[in-house]
Design a binder for this molecule. Structure first.
Ligand code: HEC
Ligand code: HEC
Length: 389
């Protein structure tokens, strides 16, 4: 059978998926078996608490909001090669249940402003619950992105991603870009470092790291607890008879729900669009990607990893990405992010598009210089175009 499931069955899946996305999980054991298993260590109680409004971007903005406890701001842990912390695991979980202490809270300081740049953030974790982090571990902040149109990014063909990669910069434009080839052999495309290959894998990682729930791809019910976190290891779990805490039908519904998040509207072609291409923004922020089975994603990303230079290097690698490499951020939906006051870039350090461009270094240095050299009218038109996506 290759034909699609009947529409009514698909709609039911999506409804189950939305309920799963919005569900507030509770501590095990609970009378509501299907909703327990939260933690023991966790960062939030539902997908929707970080991606508000059926999959929105967090409102967090660095410099305005306190990072400790802000919904949708997450701290990853890794050394330069992406190995998690031996005690704290791959991510900070500020909250704990069943006698397991929370791991700590995110904190940030700023370097003094230098060479015309805004003050650079330096991240750390305070009130550590389990002793010191390894000397090799770096705290890598990430904001929860909008999930609008995410199903289209899942359908971009591999050939479409591969054809844009230019790791040795053969065309000499200063922009190389690497495919995120994961240890599994798959191509990574989700997350700020393109470390997850599919929506299913991304959702399983979120259940494990953010909520402390097991699912088919991540069967450990203790989530991100390490062997050094004994109270967490021995706490009651929501899984029984080896079944995952998130039942396969809920996971299938969740993936169907994500696949159907509507994409932001396509932009009109304005003067700013031409300047966007002319200064080389589009070398990474590709205005259109072809989909498997036809159609396009107007997402303004190439889904490749780029070396973004010193100022965006937080010391932590992840998946295929080094600490300086980031996936080209999709720019669709940016008008929504700006309207709700969200900061831009992976740690929300930029208040607007022009400030985001100032942080672009490494492979994007050429585009940034050409942006800076534009006559004011042209630059304003470019900024207005990107701010309206
Ligand atoms: C504690 C906050 C938090 C919770 C809870 C959370 N997310 Fe996320 N989500 C994030 C952050 C932060 C990222 C970016 C992660 C990265 O860069 O690796 C993200 C990324 C994603 C992405 C990839 C987006 C992209 O542009 O590639 C998807 C899909 C996603 N989350 C779905 C979910 C689902 C489904 C759940 C519930 C099972 C969930 N998230 C729960 C914070 C959260
Ligand atoms: C070499 C590739 C590359 C080029 C060229 C490039 N960008 Fe980016 N852009 C990125 C990457 C990678 C990120 C994510 C970096 C991060 O968050 O640390 C990003 C992030 C952004 C963001 C923030 C998006 C968000 O969701 O927070 C904006 C806005 C942006 N770029 C605009 C531009 C504009 C305008 C230009 C041209 C002047 C440009 N970029 C050129 C790679 C590039």
């Amino acid at each position: 059978m290759t034909c699609a499931a009947p529409a009514a069955a698909r709609d039911l899946d999506v409804a189950i998926g939305k309920a799963t996305f919005d569900r507030l999980w509770v501590q095990a054991p609970a009378s509501t078996k299907s909703a327990d298993g939260l933690g023991p260590l966790y960062a939030a109680r539902s997908c929707a608490s970080c991606h508000a409004g059926s999959g929105g971007r967090t409102t967090f903005r660095l410099g305005r909001d306190d990072p400790a406890g802000h919904p949708g701001l997450v701290i990853r842990f890794g050394d330069a090669s992406g190995t998690p912390d031996p005690t704290y695991g791959a991510q900070l979980q500020p909250a704990g249940l069943s006698g397991a202490a929370g791991e700590g809270r995110a904190a940030v300081r700023f370097d003094p402003a230098a060479h015309g740049m805004p003050p650079r953030p330096r991240w750390s974790v305070e009130d550590l619950g389990y002793g010191a982090l390894s000397a090799e571990t770096h705290a890598s902040p990430r904001v929860a992105p909008s999930l609008a149109g995410i199903g289209l990014l899942a359908r971009v063909s591999e050939a479409e991603i591969l054809k844009r990669e230019d790791p040795d910069d053969r065309n000499g434009d200063g922009v190389s870009g690497r495919v995120a080839r994961l240890a599994s052999g798959e191509i990574g495309r989700f997350g700020w470092k393109a470390s997850e290959p599919t929506l299913h894998a991304q959702a399983a990682a979120a259940f494990a790291l953010d909520l402390g729930l097991s699912s088919d791809l991540r069967p450990d019910p203790a989530g991100d607890c390490t062997d050094a976190q004994t109270a967490c290891r021995f706490a009651p779990q929501g899984s029984q008879d080896g079944e995952p805490e998130v039942a396969p039908a809920l996971m299938a519904g969740l993936v169907a729900f994500l696949e159907r998040r509507p994409a932001p509207p396509a932009p009109a072609t304005t003067r700013g669009a031409k300047t966007f291409a002319a200064v080389g923004c589009a070398a990474c922020h590709a205005p259109s990607l072809a989909l498997d089975g036809g159609g396009e994603a107007r997402a303004f990303t190439d889904l490749l990893l780029h070396d973004m230079g010193e100022d965006l290097d937080d010391g932590a690698g992840e998946g295929a990405a080094t600490s300086r490499e980031w996936r080209t951020a999709p720019l669709w939906g940016l008008s929504r992010a700006l309207a709700q006051g969200s900061g831009l870039m992976h740690d929300a350090r930029a208040g607007d598009v022009a400030e985001a461009v100032r942080w672009h270094g490494g492979e994007a240095s050429g585009a940034r210089s050409r942006f800076d050299a534009l006559p004011k009218g042209e630059r304003d038109a470019l900024v207005a175009y990107v701010s309206g996506l």
